[in-house]
Write a protein that binds this ligand. Structure first.
Ligand code: CP
Ligand code: NVA
Length: 321
């Protein structure tokens, strides 16, 4: 009998959940329905999550905390500035010590290499809460939002990305491909996604009818699309590039004229926080086609499914180092 492969210990990239994504989204939807009905299940009773943040956060922090609380567990906010990490204690030592206290660690990092280092030394699961390469929790919520609006079916749908070839796009390339959703990406020529992510997405789309295409023309990407997604032009940690980026991204604003090129039923996604008047206009973000607020709420439901998957009762026991 074929044995199911052992699931990875950590969620560092969407590739760690790619084979499981459909099931994770179904579970997130079920947890959302339960919450709406006022049902609370202590699926993570007695479990503790340590949350290391090197960068600010509103949605990720609060959704992790509320998710742990709703599931009967506890979350501890750890600003890297206040940890000994900020005074030079190594990531490896931090990982080994935290693993003696908590059942999982979420980490928002500047550098993906630090994420990998933390996961290497932690005996407990590490969940990527955003780094310079990926934002897997965000994209799980994004797919949940699209799945709801398309009544569970991604096949035959196309999402247009307009903006930077950044961490969110990398995760979206993998996530969309994994669920069979086509993606048209428009970025300025110097801001394309890393080619490894495009190649990995192309591999994941094999066996589906989904496609991945890249262009430097936002209109080409958006024309006939079922949804449009944009993100900030300047991500956290890139502030010194602000001027050059504002120049390069002129023409990549998601405004009413651009949205009019998509299908009449198309909706608009933004992971937030938004820079209103830059990558998106007030009229689009606050308008009837904006899905951004549902998308933000879905961070909570997606995070619950992720937490249950990575630190729930069915998780393997860990050997402590
Ligand atoms: N979208 C997102 O990750 O938001 P925060 O930076 O507020 O966590
Ligand atoms: N690309 C953005 C996402 C913020 C949630 C950043 O990294 O700052």
């Amino acid at each position: 009998m074929a044995r199911r492969p052992v699931p990875p210990k950590d969620l560092l990239s969407v590739s760690d959940i790619a084979s499981d994504l459909d099931r994770l989204l179904v579970r997130a939807e079920a947890l959302k329905t339960e919450r709406a009905r006022g049902v609370k299940r202590p699926l993570l009773a007695g479990r503790n999550l340590g949350m290391i943040f090197e960068k600010p956060s509103t949605r990720t922090r609060v959704s992790f905390e509320v998710a742990m609380n709703d599931l009967g567990g506890h979350a501890i906010y750890l600003s890297s500035r206040d940890l000994q990490l900020g005074r030079g204690e190594t990531i490896a030592d931090t990982a080994r010590v935290l693993s003696r206290f908590v059942d999982a660690v979420s980490y928002r990092a500047f550098h993906h290499a630090d994420m990998v280092e933390l996961a290497r030394w932690a005996s407990v699961p590490v969940i990527n809460a955003l780094d310079d390469l990926e934002h897997p929790c965000q994209v799980t919520a994004d797919l949940l939002t699209m799945r709801e609006r398309w009544r569970g079916r991604f096949a035959g749908r196309r999402l247009a990305w307009v903006g930077d070839g950044n961490n969110v796009l990398h995760s979206l390339l993998l996530g969309a491909a994994a669920v069979g959703l086509s993606l048209s990406v428009a970025t300025p020529s110097g801001y394309r996604p890393q080619p490894e992510y495009v190649r990995a997405a192309e591999v994941l789309t094999r066996g589906t009818k989904a496609t991945v295409s890249l262009t430097t023309d936002p209109e080409e990407a958006v024309r006939g699309a079922d949804a449009i997604y944009t993100d900030v032009w300047v991500s956290m940690g890139e502030e010194s590039e602000t001027k050059a980026r504002e120049e390069a991204f002129r023409g990549f604003q998601v405004n009413d004229a651009l949205v009019a090129l998509a299908k009449a039923s198309a909706f608009v996604l933004h992971d937030l926080p938004a820079h209103r008047g830059q990558e998106i206009t007030d009229s689009v973000l606050d308008g009837p086609r904006s899905a951004a607020w549902d998308q933000a709420e879905n961070r909570l439901h997606a995070q619950k499914a992720i937490l249950e998957r990575f630190l729930g009762p069915r998780t393997r026991p860990r050997v402590r180092q």
